[in-house]
Design a protein around this ligand. Structure first.
Ligand SMILES: [Zn+2]
Ligand SMILES: [Zn+2]
Length: 213
């Protein structure tokens, strides 16, 4: 699995735009290219995708983690270009999305080969559990539903190798013991504590970061 951060509060590569919010592009061998969240601003999202050589027209699946504007704001711009992508949104919070095929997610489900939604946890947010050669990788938007609950939900797909995404105010740091990859993005408040507690596992997030897992 290759994950590319396309929208974040920080950059990992010169020349990309930053913005409050999160979006990540996932490519796996057997599944359609997937965009997870869309950042706050469509123009910045499309700019970064162009710079990173990602064609929005090729996205087969769009997953929205939760209804906050810093994760949904770029969606209309993507849908103007790509009218065919399947869209997965949390059932209770998002309304009025136009698209060819929109799936309202409440329970855990398989999105495509090796890619699963945790389901809408705590009535607010879904995260991804992706099976990779190294183990299960969690991709999260803001983790409003709680990092512990997300890791528990993901672990039914195998041993969790790592977590990538916004961790918000998370500070129950013991919950990350045993992970091999900790890549806090976007709204994570305690990045410096995470970096000093997990120096080997820590990867700095930012738009343009590419990880092969
Ligand atoms: Zn949020
Ligand atoms: Zn957010």
């Amino acid at each position: 699995m290759k994950i590319t951060i396309v929208y974040d509060n920080c950059t990992a590569k010169a020349g990309l735009r930053t913005g409050w919010g999160f979006a990540a592009f996932l490519q796996t061998e057997n599944a359609a290219p997937l965009l997870f969240d869309t950042g706050a601003d469509g123009a910045a999202l499309l700019y970064n995708m162009r710079k990173l050589g990602i064609d929005p027209g090729r996205i087969g699946i769009i997953v929205i983690s939760h209804a906050h504007g810093d994760h949904t704001g770029g969606l209309p711009s993507i849908l103007e270009i790509n009218k065919d992508a399947e869209i997965y949104v949390p059932a209770s919070t998002i309304v009025g999305i136009r698209g060819k095929k929109v799936t309202l997610v409440s329970k855990p489900l398989q999105i495509s080969e090796g890619i699963f939604s945790t389901g809408e946890l705590k009535g607010i947010e879904q995260s991804l559990a992706v099976r990779t050669d190294k183990g299960v990788v969690v991709v999260a938007g803001c983790s409003h539903s709680g990092v512990g609950a997300i890791l528990d939900a993901a672990s039914c797909h195998g041993k969790v190798y790592g977590i990538i995404g916004g961790l918000h105010g998370f500070r129950d740091f013991d919950r990350l013991d045993g992970l091999s990859l900790i890549c806090p993005c976007h709204c994570t408040q305690h990045k410096s504590e995470l970096r000093s507690l997990f120096p080997e596992q820590y990867v700095a997030c930012g738009a343009g970061l590419e990880l092969e897992l």
